[in-house]
Design a binder for this molecule. Structure first.
Ligand code: BJ8
Length: 425
């Protein structure tokens, strides 16, 4: 749905209205043929649907107004950026990761083609002047996770947090110093000192947000999940693209409805089907292809291991663990240091986490969904596959991008995986 009332604002932000229309139409198409095809959705999903449609319009207006009133904002590309610290300084954060196939080719003027679609899509939007977030931020904060990302930050001039590659004491100290640096960066940007009390309050709020996501996902552990994998993904995507207070309100309303559905045994799925854990690379807003194909092939995705899944909300921070600002910062750093991204070597925690999710969500199979050219996930996939095989859990690895070119081929592979699992199920 195009919202012509925002044309003036978008033009002011340097957005090309014609190309932006094309981008929005392509995102709307992806949404209508996946999310909106589902029957019997929770009524409270209306908030998340609206947030999706609004992500290129009303959300931009809110950020614009916030900044006009003196507010500061940053764009991020990774869940390593400590949101608690930004929040404590009153800085608004939002994810810049692109999930649309429409913008991929526009990135060719800056990047090689054989690079991860998440990066191409993001940069494609920036260079085609279709990213409305470009001018409603003070700067972007990147990180040294994969080679493709870190070299892209050099090209676009983002500020960069150094993420260590190992998890030893030296690495832990390095990360703590990066978190301190980020604190100073946020204080300088906002002109506000981060105090013990403001950080404690920010931790409390972020915990609340993460616990809401956790609770929503707990409903997926039941034999008849009251929410689909596709809807759970949309909620996670919106969590990274919505103000924290609106998200908490909407999340609480959704939980109340999900509880009622659970009490009345209202399942999100029309028919049964094997329970699946989806592991792998994140699925940013606009990219729903794998979830849609899997769930329309008779599988039920009941858990997501990615950064648009458990990795974002699994760990909270004990806000009572320290009585000094330094103590709280150390706790924030520790929380983020636990993230089990394949940029770490070795990354044993991820394997243990996947195995425990298999049990918790009672899945009978795992699909590893990996974005093309993501070597970290793609190589680590073998370790995941071997660990699952030892537990006698069938798994399927797919490597894909945002385009529709491989849709039929993926469908065939996922359907035959579903057939094997549904015979066991
Ligand atoms: S913590 S997964 S959000 S880095 S998919 S751009 S790694 S080539 S997104 Fe990620 Fe942070 Fe890790 Fe999560 Fe590179 Fe791979 Fe692309 Fe990736």
């Amino acid at each position: 749905m195009m919202h012509r009332e925002y044309d003036e604002l978008l033009t002011k932000l340097g957005v090309s209205i014609e190309l932006h229309d094309q981008l929005v139409s392509s995102m709307e198409q992806a949404f209508s043929r996946s999310v909106l095809q589902q029957k019997n959705r929770p009524l409270q999903m209306a908030f998340f649907d609206a947030a999706y449609h609004d992500s290129h319009f009303g959300r931009v207006q809110l950020l614009y107004d916030f900044r006009k009133a003196g507010g500061k904002s940053i764009g991020t590309f990774c869940i390593y950026v400590p949101e608690e610290i930004a929040l404590a300084a009153g800085v608004e954060t939002f994810a810049l990761c692109g999930g649309s196939s429409w913008s991929l080719n526009y990135a060719d003027s800056l990047l090689p083609r054989d690079i991860c679609p998440l990066i191409r899509s993001t940069i494609g939007m920036a260079v085609s002047n279709t990213c409305p977030y470009k001018k409603v931020k003070d700067f972007a904060v990147g990180e040294t996770t994969c080679d493709a990302k870190k070299k892209t930050w050099d090209l676009i001039g983002a500020k960069v947090l150094e993420i260590p590659q190992k998890k030893g004491v030296i690495d832990q100290n390095l990360w703590l110093s990066e978190v301190m640096l980020f604190k100073r960066m946020m204080e300088e940007l906002s002109g506000r000192e981060i105090t013990f009390h403001s950080l404690k309050e920010a931790i409390r709020l972020m915990n609340q947000k993460r616990l809401i996501l956790k609770k929503i996902n707990e409903f997926r552990t039941s034999d008849d999940p009251v929410i689909s994998g596709l809807d759970a993904l949309l909620i996670s995507q919106i969590a990274l693209n919505c103000s924290i207070h609106s998200f908490i309100d909407a999340g609480q309303r959704l939980i109340a409805e999900l509880q009622q559905r659970a009490d009345h045994h209202i399942c999100a799925y029309e028919r049964g089907g094997a329970r699946i854990l989806l592991a792998g690379t994140p699925a940013p807003l606009g990219f729903m292809k794998v979830h849609h194909i899997a769930e329309s092939s008779g599988l039920r995705i009941v858990a997501d291991e990615s950064c648009t899944g458990v990795r974002y909300w699994r760990d909270t921070i004990d806000e009572t663990c320290a009585d000094t600002i330094d103590g709280l910062i150390a706790a924030v750093a520790q929380r983020y240091f636990q993230i089990d991204c394949p940029c770490f070597s070795p990354n044993k925690e991820r394997i243990e986490n996947i195995k425990s999710m298999v049990k918790q969500y009672k899945v009978s199979g795992v699909i590893q969904s990996i974005l093309m050219y993501c070597h970290g996930y793609n190589v680590e996939a073998k370790i995941v596959e071997n660990a699952l095989a030892k537990e006698k859990i069938p798994s399927l690895k797919i490597v894909t991008d945002y385009s529709d070119e491989d849709r039929e081929q993926l469908k065939v592979r996922i359907e035959s995986f579903a057939e094997i699992l549904n015979n066991l199920y």
